[in-house]
Ligand binder design. Structure first.
Ligand code: CP
Length: 318
């Protein structure tokens, strides 16, 4: 893929060719893995890839770990809490140290919004954003798009209602940048304190799910991110009110008389955003998202490792 970025911070780092190329590559990898005929398209056995998650994760971290090992690369998990960052070393020095130890790529999750921007001009190492504060989670949005495609869902002209904690969700922010490129409409729906004051480009806002559902083709539920809430937000988002007004339950689907595919990036707050029984129905696509995460993350790793960028890890200026 021509000029694939060495720092994948967000969706806007990718052009249409990159995005379409990732969809095609993920599909090829998936078909080969399912037919058990997969051997890495390239030889990655000399590549070393590290993950460093400075916030909790199950899905992203483990799916990258599986993807790295299926590609045949060496995998290191770097525990930042036990590293010299805890002694005051800057993240740039830590990343340069990894680079000079022979690590080719680092997947980083951080609580600091926009922390990767500083590395775009002079990358200390190739980096994939595994989620940064309330900014973006681009690999989740890409695997979600791939899942829509794999399920054979129409995209052009269809409406996805993203329900929940829209202002604190990096997944939501990446989806709002990605899905409109494929002609999809987005409704952001939630209590007022979870919605932006102004609708972002290509979206509309709603705080009435019963209304929004009338023009909804697909539902994408977001986790309430209590760890990011100020006291002000906390006081207004009691779980009981939330399930009543914005949670999706079997009972509500019956009332709406709709069979709508339901997506969730996980982890779910059960019986808050979604009733527990819905997770065991065909409408819930969360496990498809998890499965497809491996193929999409293998494709992203391949694209970034193969981008031919010679300008990594420079420590001297002219
Ligand atoms: N979807 C997602 O980012 O999940 P984790 O926090 O478990 O990685």
């Amino acid at each position: 893929m021509n000029q694939f970025p060495s720092i994948l911070e967000g969706i806007d780092d990718l052009n249409d060719d990159h995005i379409n190329g990732l969809m095609t590559l993920a599909k090829k990898i998936k078909d080969k893995l399912i037919n058990r005929s997969y051997s890495p398209f390239n030889n990655f056995s000399h590549e070393i890839i590290a993950t460093s998650f400075l916030e909790n994760s199950t899905r992203t971290k483990l799916s990258f770990a599986v993807a790295i090992q299926k590609l045949g690369a060496m995998y290191l998990d770097f525990n930042a809490e036990k590293s010299s960052m805890n002694k005051g070393e800057s993240i740039e020095e830590t990343l340069l140290t990894l680079y000079h130890q022979g690590v080719n790529l680092c997947i980083l999750r951080t609580s600091i919004t926009g922390q990767l921007k500083q590395f775009k001009e002079n990358p200390p190492i190739k980096i994939i954003n595994g989620g940064d504060g309330v900014n973006e989670h681009p690999t989740q949005a890409l695997l979600d798009l791939f899942t829509f495609m794999e399920l054979g869902l129409e995209l052009e002209g269809k409406t996805v209602t993203i329900v929940g904690d829209c202002i604190h969700s990096r997944v939501g922010h990446s989806l709002c940048r990605l899905l409109p490129k494929f002609g999809m409409n987005i409704i952001l729906c939630g209590p007022k304190n979870f919605l932006p004051e102004m609708a972002p480009k290509n979206t509309t806002l709603s705080n009435n799910l019963d209304e929004a559902i009338k023009s909804t083709d697909y539902l994408y539920l977001l986790r309430i991110q209590k760890e990011r809430h100020s006291e002000d937000v906390k006081n207004k988002s009691e779980d009981d009110d939330y399930i009543k007004n914005f949670g999706v339950t079997s009972k509500k689907l019956k009332k709406w008389n709709r069979k709508i595919p339901i997506f969730h990036p996980g982890p779910c707050n059960l019986d808050v955003e979604i009733s527990a029984d819905l997770l065991r129905t065909n409408l819930y696509k969360g496990y498809e998202q998890v499965k497809n995460s491996i193929y999409m993350r293998m494709a992203i790793i391949e694209a970034i490792l193969e981008n031919g960028d010679q300008n990594i890890g420079k420590t001297t200026s002219n």
